[in-house]
Write a protein that binds this ligand. Structure first.
Ligand SMILES: *[C@@H]1O[C@H](CO)[C@@H](O)[C@H](O)[C@H]1NC(C)=O
Length: 143
């Protein structure tokens, strides 16, 4: 019974996350669902992915000097290019110190990405040239 309850709770938690994610996709706003403000620059691999119109599409993680890991669905509406913002605490403030904005036209989307079934929802945004680490920008290193 305990195991059953645990599994049920996990399923409910997973479903709720999906719902939040959907709501976030549809509103296309800067709103964070169930989030807390991070300490400034405590997550230096965090990227924001914006459309060329400046609209927020998704977050991502800088995992190497040239690649941002994100979800494939984020790029479905992107067209042929996106803007990647690195080193930001407040992406609404483009004048913020330490921010870098780079345009990318190169995406690697999982070959079996299936939007209908939301399978293999993973992609890379490739930057035109390697970025240097700074106080506010570092790639994610898995030890
Ligand atoms: C982010 O920057 C914008 C533009 O400067 C400002 O209006 C807003 O209050 C800032 N938000 C936070 C949470 O600091």
């Amino acid at each position: 019974m305990f195991i059953y309850t645990l599994v049920l709770l996990l399923v409910i938690a997973a479903l709720r996350q999906n719902v939040s994610c959907e709501a976030n996709i549809q509103s296309q706003s800067f709103k964070i669902i169930n989030g807390n403000e991070a300490a400034p620059h405590s997550l230096p691999y965090q990227a924001a992915i914006l459309g060329m119109d400046g609209k927020f599409l998704c977050g991502g993680s800088l995992i190497s000097p040239r690649s941002i890991l994100t979800a494939a669905h984020c790029l479905d509406r992107a067209g042929t290019s996106v803007q990647v913002v690195l080193g930001a605490h407040n992406i609404s403030n483009p004048g913020e110190e330490g921010q870098l904005k780079i345009t990318s036209t190169q995406f690697v989307i999982h070959k079996d990405w299936n939007a209908k079934k939301a399978l293999n929802d993973i992609a890379l945004v490739i930057l035109p040239k390697p970025i240097e680490t700074t106080n506010t920008i570092k790639w994610f290193i898995m030890d």
